[in-house]
Structures are given as C-alpha cells and as structure tokens.
Design a protein around this ligand. Structure first.
Ligand SMILES: Nc1ncnc2c1ncn2[C@@H]1O[C@H](COP(=O)(O)OP(=O)(O)O)[C@@H](O)[C@H]1O
Ligand SMILES: Nc1ccn([C@@H]2O[C@H](COP(=O)(O)O)[C@@H](O)[C@H]2O)c(=O)n1
Length: 206
C-alpha cells in the first residue's frame, strides 16, 4: 500500500498558513485530507502558574513538543489514528480533551517551525513556505490575537518585539531555503493553490 503524502506548510505568524491549508482542503475531498497544526503541539504548561506561562518564548523551538508531533506524524504515515492535543491560546496550555485524527491519503502539517526542524522537514514530501511581508503579518496578528486569543494591543506589541520578531529572523526566515515552493501573500494566491491541488490530485490518481 502507498504511503500517505505529507505536505509541510510553513511561514511567519499571520502569513496565511492556515488559510492556504483551508483553501487546499476546499479543493480536495475532505475524506482524503487530515490537517495537523504545529500549534496543537505547544508543550503542556498546566504545572506552571499563568504568570509563568506568559513568560514563555512561544516562537522558540523549545516551546514545542516536537517528539509527540513526530511520533504522531509517523503514526499517520503508518496509517494509525492519533489523539491530537487541543491547545488553549488564552490559558497558554493544553486542554484535557484530544481530537482523534484518522489517517488519510494527504496529511497537511502547518506551523511556524515546520521546515526549521530537520527531522520534521525530512518527513515532508512537499515543503511550502508562505511568504508575506512582516508589516502585513503584524497587522493580521494584532487583529487576530485581540479578537480570538484574548490579548491586549500592548501585550501583542510587546511579545512581537521581544520574542516573535527575533525568533522569526533566527528560525523561520532561514528555513525558507528548504522550501520546494514559496507562495507570495499566501491564502488567496489562487494560481499557487491550483498548482498544489493539481499535484495532489495527480498523486491521488485523479
Ligand atoms: N491573502 C490574504 N489576504 C487577506 N487576508 C488574509 C490573507 N491570508 C490570510 N488572511 C487573513 O489573515 C489572518 C491570518 O491568516 P492565517 O491563515 O490564520 O495565518 P497563519 O496561519 O499563518 O497565522 C486571518 O484572519 C486570515 O483570514
Ligand atoms: N500560548 C501561545 C502560544 C503561541 N503563541 C503564538 O502563536 C504564534 C504561532 O501561531 P500562528 O497561527 O500565528 O502561526 C507564534 O508566533 C506564537 O507567538 C502565543 O502568542 N501564545
């Protein structure tokens, strides 16, 4: 039996990674695709106080439980279901519940540090970098974090300047060199999405 195809989608915060994943999903039958967000694999911090959790650098590779992520990717590639963690961005820790993800022909993995990690990127069959200017990304981030992640403007700006931006320059931007495809402006780049969907369909034999 053929191994499932793993597509890694990376790029800075707010670049449009989730949007690209969702656009791909819209064009391919849902029964063939599983989406795994690297964000779901932020380390559990339930043993820390809220004040301590806030101090974590969430843009450094140490913030992620990549061992669990890699184990889950290998399980899905071996056609075994996984229990994907659920992350709570307001409490900065994992929820108790998990989501069962069943193996599919296509697995999309999206997150800021997918191509920065050698073991993860070596598992990926197609490596995509969503490339969006930092001014656009930061505006999107402010809107999203205030609306959806319970943050204040001050906290978003402070986090961006102290950890998000330096880690982006140290880890995310250099990982672009590992990409097979670079998508400018991300989510609504219809031509790029069509090319990826055509490739996936050819692999699915359609
Ligand atoms: N090309 C685009 N044009 C306008 N808005 C976009 C575009 N791509 C994404 N967005 C919006 O920007 C925000 C961040 O996009 P998202 O895909 O969640 O980024 P990421 O997953 O990289 O953090 C979302 O509100 C999304 O709707
Ligand atoms: N408790 C947390 C965990 C992560 N973040 C930020 O999320 C960003 C990655 O998610 P994207 O959807 O934006 O790619 C990352 O830049 C972390 O700073 C957070 O703020 N709080």
């Amino acid at each position: 039996m053929k191994k499932p195809l793993l597509i890694g989608i990376t790029g800075g915060t707010g670049s449009g990674k989730s949007t690209v994943s969702t656009e791909i999903l819209k064009s391919i039958h849902e029964k063939n695709v599983a989406i795994i967000e690297q964000d779901s694999y932020y380390k559990d911090q339930s043993h820390l106080s809220f004040e301590e959790r806030v101090k974590t650098n969430y843009d450094h590779p140490f913030a992620f439980d990549n061992d669990l992520l890699i184990q889950h990717l290998k399980d899905l590639l071996n056609r075994k279901p996984i229990e994907k963690p659920i992350y709570d961005f307001e409490r900065h820790t994992r929820k108790k519940e998990t989501i069962t993800v069943y193996p599919k022909e296509i697995i999309i993995l999206e997150g800021i540090l997918i191509l920065a990690d050698e073991e993860i990127r070596n598992l990926c069959d197609i490596k995509i970098f969503v490339d969006t200017d930092s001014d656009v990304r930061v505006i999107r981030r402010i809107e999203r974090d205030m609306k959806e992640r319970g943050r204040t403007l001050d906290s978003v700006i402070n986090q961006y300047m102290t950890t998000v931006r330096p880690a982006h320059m140290q880890f995310v931007e250099p990982s672009k060199k590992h990409a097979d495809i670079i998508i400018p402006e991300g989510g609504y780049n219809k031509v790029a999405i069509d090319i990826i969907v055509t490739k996936i369909n050819s692999i699915l034999g359609k």
